[in-house]
Design a protein around this ligand. Structure first.
Ligand code: SF4
Length: 666
């Protein structure tokens, strides 16, 4: 059987060895000490992993279109030299790299650039605090030239190609869309005039770089904005770009301000490939599909079915720099799969921090965390096989220690086993699979259904212990909390408690949100059948929800004001919207009076009210389960990590991070 994804592909004048592109991502290393060196090492490692082509994070072509100095820039000649470090490192590693030419338009960070942001029309983006100024025709002309100058600098810096950023709601996309372009001159009005800016940019860049240099255009395949560019116009724009001479089309989905999730975990894998497919049918140049592609077997299927010529993956290269190399060798089980959680990548970037990865916290800390073999190989016990313990065991074993991991349940995973049951969170299965494979390969001994005690660990001759025993659910002091229909969240996830039709959850944090999803949506429709039913209009979206609904009525109750605290910025809104669509009611700023056989009596602004429930689930936080740690202190060198150290919300990110840290400390 011939694999399509490993077939070389011609992108204009450039031949790529395979059909995997590492999509543009801003990782924020620029702001660190030795930022450029770090970026160079970061890209070089991905290049050594055999990816076909890397695209950098966006490099601003002019000051007002950028995000400030903590981001990549290419608008001055002095920007060329540092970029050379990146291209040299990637070439040394045997890879190819394209510079992304970027202008944020109304998404620009005005505070960071120090100059007023500009856009086709003076319309403020809902996700930006500043209103942009309308560009005048002379500025438009100059900006087109800025793209061309940026491309020339890219050549001087040694890049193999450029990608023009025309999607995601940035400047070029803002010109194309009637939502953001209200101009009445030569640059706005009808479709031809709205398209003109993007086409002119493409043409000018192509002229600047000449025929021997590939120009990729990242176009928006679907804006996911009400009243924006139609599919017909999008296809027309693709044909115009082909005519203008671009080498390939990379298809982006959704604007940053769009209300439809595009890369969250809940988006089914490959859900947007159909958009690239439509564009592919309209042009002859290569078309690149993106969004929620995280497995090369899936990439193979997409390309083999002729739905796109190439795939773009971005975050999967954070989770595993060697995803391409491993997949090519058929080692799919060894890939640390990106689970699309956004918790350490996008959420960090939106918080102004450096990107990392939840399942691979080495990202962003490569220099500090280079793995060194242990000086002395010790017998180490890791107690608890949740994410913290798993990562600790993996790293310890990799460094040459002899590791035994104890787990009191009959399977590894700890709270990952809760998350992976939640509809839309199935990707957590991949993390579990990765750890299983790793522990096995590294010879970690796994002892299930074993509760280790201080005495047993000492008796067995362990030299050091990592306590990763997780948390004990908290039992709030509410009258009636001992009634038989009151259960703790862990028992529901572990299927040890029966849950009725009417449910009240005491608590409204991340765990309560997960529980609600699990309880209302327990007849999931597969993404394939969902798409089929929707495409053929057999069911509309509302009917789909009803069909997949368990029929349960769920109330989430909280003393405080906010629901879903602890969820990341990039996901919280989508999770809450989803819960609301499923009829979950969120009642906040209340006091608990009593739990009775009928439900929960709450006080809401002095009014007493009964929330009827057959089952009351307590999800009101947890306390560290650290008794083993205390029992061992002074008897053996002992470390405590994860929930056993600090019981926050479900926090796999911190758990894995602390596991990785302790794994390097012994
Ligand atoms: Fe993927 Fe989550 Fe890692 Fe981001 S943090 S790269 S979404 S696994």
């Amino acid at each position: 059987e011939v694999s399509k994804v490993w077939e070389p592909i011609q992108i204009g004048p450039m031949m790529l060895p395979n059909r995997v592109l590492m999509g543009s991502m801003h990782v924020g290393f620029e702001k660190l000490e030795d930022g450029v060196e770090r970026l160079a090492a970061f890209y070089a490692e991905r290049a050594s992993g055999e990816v076909g082509l890397i695209v950098t994070g966006g490099a601003a072509v002019c000051r007002e279109g950028g995000m400030g100095d903590a981001y990549c820039n290419v608008y001055l000649d002095e920007h060329v030299e540092p970029l050379r470090l990146i291209t040299a490192a990637v070439h040394e590693a045997g890879g190819k790299i394209a510079l992304q030419l970027f202008h944020a338009g109304r998404y620009a960070h005005q505070e960071a650039t120090g100059v007023e942001s500009v856009a086709p029309s003076a319309l403020q983006a809902p996700i930006n605090r500043h209103k942009p100024r309308e560009m005048n025709p002379a500025e438009i002309e100059r900006t087109i030239q800025d793209f061309a100058d940026g491309a020339s600098r890219a050549i001087r810096a040694g890049f193999d190609a450029v990608e023009i950023m025309g999607s995601e709601g940035y400047l070029i996309n803002q010109f194309l869309s009637p939502v953001t372009n209200k101009r009445e001159d030569d640059w706005g009005g009808d479709f031809a005039r709205r398209a003109r800016f993007g086409i002119e940019v493409a043409k000018r860049v192509i002229t600047a770089v000449g025929p021997d240099f590939p120009v990729i255009f990242r176009m928006s395949g679907l804006d996911l904005m009400p009243d924006s560019t139609t599919m017909e116009e999008t296809l027309q724009f693709a044909r115009m770009l082909e005519q203008a001479g671009v080498s390939a089309l990379n298809v982006g989905i959704g604007w940053h301000e769009s209300k439809v999730p595009t890369i969250a975990m809940m988006v089914p894998r490959g859900a947007y490939v159909w958009v690239a497919q439509q564009i592919k049918e309209a042009v002859r140049i290569p078309v690149i599909a993106s969004n929620r592609i995280n497995d090369l077997r899936q990439a193979e299927a997409i390309i083999a079915e002729g739905r796109s010529d190439m795939v773009s993956m971005a975050r999967p290269f954070l989770a595993d720099s060697q995803i391409v190399r491993k997949s090519r060798a058929g080692q799919f089980d060894e890939v640390n799969t990106c689970i699309a959680c956004n918790q350490a990548c996008l959420d960090h970037i939106f918080d102004g921090k450096v990107a990392s990865c939840m399942v691979n916290p080495v990202v962003g800390r490569e220099k500090e965390w280079a793995l060194e073999p242990a000086m002395v190989s010790k017998r180490v016990a890791v107690v608890g096989a949740g994410p913290a313990g798993l990562e600790a065991a993996r790293v310890l074993a990799e460094r040459g220690h002899q590791v035994v991991i104890f787990e009191k349940q009959n399977q590894i995973g700890g709270q990952l086993n809760y998350a992976r049951q939640v509809p839309g969170k199935e990707e957590f299965n991949e993390t579990l699979r990765y750890y299983k494979t790793q522990l096995n390969q590294m010879g970690v001994q796994v002892r299930l259904e074993m509760a280790a005690t201080a005495d047993s660990l000492i008796e067995e001759g362990f030299e050091e212990v990592v306590v990763a025993t997780g948390v004990n659910p908290r039992r709030p002091d509410i009258p009636g909390v001992d009634l038989p229909h009151v259960v703790s969240y862990d028992r529901v996830f572990e299927k040890k408690a029966k849950v009725g039709r009417r449910v009240a959850i005491v608590g409204a944090g991340g765990i309560a949100c997960d529980l609600s999803h699990l309880l209302v949506q327990d007849q999931p429709i597969s993404p394939q059948s969902a798409q089929y039913l929707l495409e053929y209009r057999i069911l509309d979206a509302k009917a789909m929800h009803q069909l997949s609904h368990s029929g349960r009525k769920v109330f989430m109750l909280r003393r405080g004001k906010h629901v879903g605290t602890g969820l990341g910025k990039t996901t919280r809104w989508a999770v809450l919207a989803n819960l609301k669509r499923h009829g979950v009611e969120m009642v906040t700023q209340i006091d608990y009076k009593e739990i009775t056989a009928e439900g929960v009596i709450i006080r809401n602004q002095e009014q007493e009210q009964l929330v009827q429930a057959d089952t009351v689930i307590i999800a009101a936080g947890a306390t560290p389960n650290d008794s083993l740690f205390h029992a061992l202190q002074g008897r053996l060198p002992v470390h405590v990590i994860g929930g056993a150290k600090e019981a926050g919300e479900l926090d796999a990110k911190r758990a894995i991070y602390e596991g990785a840290l302790v794994g390097r400390a012994i």
